[in-house]
Write a protein that binds this ligand. Structure first.
Ligand code: GH3
Ligand code: MG
Ligand code: MG
Ligand code: MG
Ligand code: MG
Length: 307
């Protein structure tokens, strides 16, 4: 899953048909074309490559006998890669013994369609798998996304922080973190009302998310009116520049906040921290340093960045 954007658009499901014979692809195409957008691959390698791109399919119809790589191997490789492990695979095969079927299910296949393809059966089996996939996508999104702002939630951030800590440690790269807190937000709510407070948080979140420029940058709602940015392979200088840019853009939204004691508009204070992860150190320290910097930013008058 891409970390930056968790929400998928509500577009038609994408179905990948994999078969070395164009005639077979055609037969399946007519059966499943009403339920999704259809893509085709004529070999295993091509199918694997398609599943690694930015818009992987929601379902794969997979031939077993193919010259470059048989369907079982394709399925196994899909299931081993976290980018494609959740894509349901329906095997399409001409001569499946009970052993073949058992093997296909054991390696993670979701279902079977027999050749020659019966349109009604193919349509029904594909529809069932697409419904299950949509339900599991929705559950995963709800587990990872903050409902108010639609950026990543605290649970997802905690997971990503541990992962990026290990990744930066392996690569000897710096890891930066920004903690952002809206200034005098209790007064904002008291003054403008809670619904307006919610709208404000959405706009602040949107600015923060738009500033996540690299694929592994992550913006999350840390809780209440606090946000966090995880910036892998980012130096102290880079983190400061990013934080200052975000701070300015939020002030420039110009959301009126007459009750604020530090500005006329909604502002944030930001604590930044950078560490080179090592086995002698713990990821918790990155959060601690950023929290201390945030506390310093608040103490120094708010609407500022400290590191
Ligand atoms: P400071 O500048 O020191 O950060 O002051 P503050 O008022 O922002 O800090 P405080 O922690 O006292 O208040 C945070 C407020 O954020 C209180 C709470 O009602 C509000 N808040 C937290 N979550 C939400 C939310 O989801 N929606 C709205 N509208 N308000 C929220
Ligand atoms: Mg074949
Ligand atoms: Mg706070
Ligand atoms: Mg507070
Ligand atoms: Mg606050």
């Amino acid at each position: 899953m891409k970390r930056r954007t968790i929400s998928q658009s509500e577009s038609k499901p994408r179905i990948l048909i994999v078969d070395d014979q164009p005639g077979n692809i055609q037969a399946l195409y007519h059966a499943v074309e009403p339920v999704g957008d259809i893509f085709m691959a004529t070999g295993g390698e091509q199918a694997l490559a398609f599943c690694r791109n930015d818009a992987p399919p929601d379902l794969i119809l997979l031939d077993v006998e193919m010259p470059d790589m048989n369907g079982y191997e394709v399925c196994q490789r899909l299931k081993q890669d976290h980018r494609s492990a959740d894509i349901p695979v329906i095997f399409v095969t001409g001569h499946a013994s009970a052993d073949d079927e058992a093997r296909a299910l054991q390696i993670g296949g979701a279902d079977f369609i027999h050749k020659p393809v019966n349109h009604a059966i193919a349509h029904a089996r594909v529809s069932t798998q697409l419904t299950l996939k949509a339900q599991s996508d929705l559950l995963r999104r709800q587990a990872q996304e903050d409902a108010l702002t639609q950026i990543a939630n605290r649970r997802y951030f905690d997971h990503a922080l541990r992962q990026e800590w290990r990744h930066c440690q392996r690569h000897g790269a710096p890891l930066s973190l920004l903690l952002l807190d809206v200034d005098y937000f209790k007064r904002y709510n008291d003054d403008q009302g809670h619904p307006q407070g919610d709208a404000c948080l959405r706009q602040v979140a949107s600015v923060i998310a738009q500033n996540m420029g690299r694929p592994h940058d992550l913006a999350a709602r840390y809780g209440g009116e606090e946000f966090v940015c995880l910036l892998p392979q980012t130096t102290r200088k880079g983190a400061l520049t990013k934080a200052e840019h975000i701070r300015q853009q939020i002030a420039q939204l110009g959301l009126p906040h007459p009750a604020s004691a530090c500005a006329e508009v909604v502002t944030v204070s930001i604590g930044a921290a950078t560490l080179k992860p090592s086995s002698h150190d713990a990821w918790e320290r990155l959060l601690l340093l950023a929290d201390q910097a945030l506390y310093a930013a608040k103490g120094a008058g708010r609407n500022r960045v400290e590191i």
